[in-house]
Design a protein around this ligand. Structure first.
Ligand code: UDP
Ligand code: MG
Length: 328
């Protein structure tokens, strides 16, 4: 049972979203405990089980039983990494809140350094992955291309190589909790908030065990959320393309008219191929534009439903014991 925290001691909540991490979660927990034990803060670890279908929940419950600092939130199904992080943040009420992945790729040993920076007066400590030569390949390439794109498009600048491994102080977390959009890209939302921010670079170790739970589909979904919820640029681009075609049409009209004025209509070739070409281009750009508008409408549709971002199936220890209030 979590006891009321002594008021003089600073408090720290560590939030760890996990999805099917049975193979590595014990080892991760041991690393995490080693890193938080020396801290002078009163710590609590909140594991959010994002609908795991393996033995993750049982392992988490045994960790909670062995250590009163551990809270386990079980979601009713797999809602995704960003929703799981949100579930943890909603419970957090400490002076400082750290979020990190439960696969060992976000080294818990950095927490002490993050706290030191927060005590120097920074509201947010972001971490940035620097991959020294290794782990090239598709993931890294696509991540780089993605950040270049998003930073060119939107007004909110997002740190390349940024991870959902960060520290926020209580003020920032409280503000973040008020942002209830359904399509979430926390890296963007935190960047949008501003506040005094510092960047801590780190070299991500390999996963402790198991495989990445970010399928290509989930990665694309996250990328779409980042683009469409932070930028109207695609719509502006579509309008611009439409404008260019209108100008082309005007030029064409003037060109044809000049034949009429000079009385040379017989010299106008029956331009079937050019007509087809224009038809295809204009038809295609109309479809793309409609599709873009459709995506935005889809996003609006998702938001106006005002569904909760996640549903909690169980909480250990019980919320009444821990003094939580559930808020969505
Ligand atoms: N995760 C989650 N829900 C998901 C996918 C992932 O809670 O739907 C967790 C996962 O268990 C891990 C973290 O989010 O703790 C990051 O996922 P992962 O390591 O698979 O992503 P990657 O590091 O490959 O980007
Ligand atoms: Mg990982």
């Amino acid at each position: 049972m979590s006891k009321p925290r002594p008021s003089s001691q600073p408090t720290l909540d560590v939030i760890v979203p996990v999805y099917n991490e049975e193979a590595g979660i014990r080892q991760f927990h041991a690393l995490l405990i080693d890193s938080i034990n020396p801290l002078k803060d009163h710590c609590r670890v909140i594991y959010v089980n994002d609908g795991s279908t393996d033995a993750t929940q049982q392992i988490l419950l045994s960790l909670a039983q062995a250590d009163p600092r551990v809270t386990v939130v079980e979601l009713s199904r797999n809602f995704g990494h960003q929703a799981a992080l949100t579930a943890g943040l909603d419970l957090a009420n400490a002076d400082y809140v750290v979020t990190l992945d439960g696969d060992g790729q976000h080294p818990p040993s950095l927490i002490a350094e993050m706290l030191a920076l927060a005590r120097q007066g920074y509201d947010i400590v972001l971490t940035q992955r620097i991959e020294a030569g290794r782990s090239a390949g598709f993931k890294r390439w696509s991540s780089n291309a993605f950040y270049r794109l998003i930073n060119r498009m939107g007004e909110t600048k997002i740190l390349p190589g940024g991870a959902d491994f960060r520290l926020m102080n209580r003020t920032v977390v409280e503000k973040l909790k008020t942002m209830r959009e359904y399509q979430r890209f926390l890296r963007g939302m935190v960047a949008w908030m501003g506040f005094k921010t510092v960047i801590l670079p780190f070299q991500p170790p390999d996963r402790l065990a198991g495989q990445s739970k970010y399928s290509l589909r989930k990665m694309l979904r996250l990328g779409m959320n980042a683009v469409f919820s932070f930028s109207l640029m695609p719509l502006y681009a579509a309008v611009t393309i439409g404008g260019i075609f209108l100008l082309l049409a005007l030029a064409e009209a003037i060109y044809v008219l000049s034949f009429w004025i000079s009385g040379n209509t017989n010299r106008l070739a029956p331009g079937w191929s050019s007509l087809m070409f224009m038809l295809l281009i204009i038809g295609g750009s109309l479809m793309v534009t409609l599709g873009l508008i459709g995506i935005y409408i889809g996003y609006i549709f998702q938001e106006v439903k005002r569904r909760p971002i996640y549903l909690v199936r169980s909480m250990t220890p019980e919320p009444s014991d821990a003094g939580y209030e559930e808020s969505h």
